[in-house]
Design a protein around this ligand. Structure first.
Ligand code: 5RP
Length: 261
């Protein structure tokens, strides 16, 4: 006979009350499936929790592991590493244990969103302005699983669906110089300093007290070269091009299906 401890009570995503939009549903389908298929609860201890609206459902699912009789003993050993202020909140509100990248410089796995994913699993990230810590955490993890909705899957190149440009984190005093270098040296079509809302609030300031520039290069055939060229500019801290970093991507669809890349 199976003991109560071995019985999983994890909610089936298809039987949960519907969310307010099919887009939100799609995000939740991707996140739950990504966690269930990639989390090795017996061996994974240090788990990165990224930023954005899809990761909300990753943290929700991890929290459910903590309450489940089958997984609780192991899940109580999880330490979650945030990629910014928002994900720190997600970790805490879902009852998960918070750690820092300084305490845990090597992670077992990270789950994070993306603004666009190309056919080679190269990514644009940083739509939420957390790109530096997202890159620090994801490049410190043995496995990086992307969770996204169907709009994020590019048919070929980056810059196809995500037309706002490549987010670039810069040291505040350098932003005029970087804006100019992007246009003159790297032939960027358009580059703007990201503004907060309302616009008069001034530039968006990152968790690291830097600014963000959104640089439109159109379709990006060679993201690894572009990333390197942008990083060479004085004042650039990090780019939102994530090269050869992701292991897998899950794209949720409104009908409950999930596509993998
Ligand atoms: C934040 C990010 C996010 O992961 C990215 O913008 C995707 O967000 P969402 O899940 O809301 O679509 O890179 O800097």
């Amino acid at each position: 006979r199976r003991s109560a401890r071995n019985m999983s009570t994890l909610p089936d995503v298809h039987h949960l009350p519907q969310l307010h939009s099919t887009l939100e549903q799609a995000k939740r389908f991707a996140a739950y499936r990504a966690v269930d298929e990639n989390l090795d609860y017996l061996n994974h201890r240090v788990i990165g929790v990224g930023s954005g609206s899809t990761v909300i459902y990753v943290a929700e699912r991890l929290g459910q592991y903590l309450l489940d009789p089958k997984y609780a003993v192991h899940a109580s050993q999880f330490v979650c590493i945030p990629t910014g202020f928002q994900s720190k909140g997600l970790i805490l509100t879902n009852g998960l244990r918070l750690g820092t990248i300084e305490q845990h410089p090597s992670l077992d796995i990270v789950f994070d969103g993306a603004d666009e994913v190309d056919v080679n699993l190269q990514l644009i990230k940083g739509g939420g302005g957390c790109l530096f810590q997202e890159k620090l955490v994801s490049t410190s993890a043995a496995k990086f699983v992307v969770v996204a909705d169907y709009r994020k899957r590019s048919p070929k190149y980056l810059g196809t669906n995500w037309v706002k440009g490549v987010p670039i984190e810069v040291v505040p005093t350098s932003y005029i110089r970087v804006l100019s270098d992007l246009k003159t040296k790297l032939k960027c079509k358009n580059a703007v300093l990201r503004q907060g809302a309302p616009a008069k609030a001034g530039p968006v300031v990152t968790d690291n007290c830097n600014f963000i520039i959104d640089a439109d290069f159109g379709e990006i055939e060679h993201p690894e070269i572009l990333h390197r060229d942008i990083k060479m500019l004085v004042g650039v801290v990090e780019t939102g091009l994530f090269i050869d970093n992701a292991s897998k991507a899950y794209f949720g669809n409104p009908d409950g299906s999930v596509d993998l890349r």
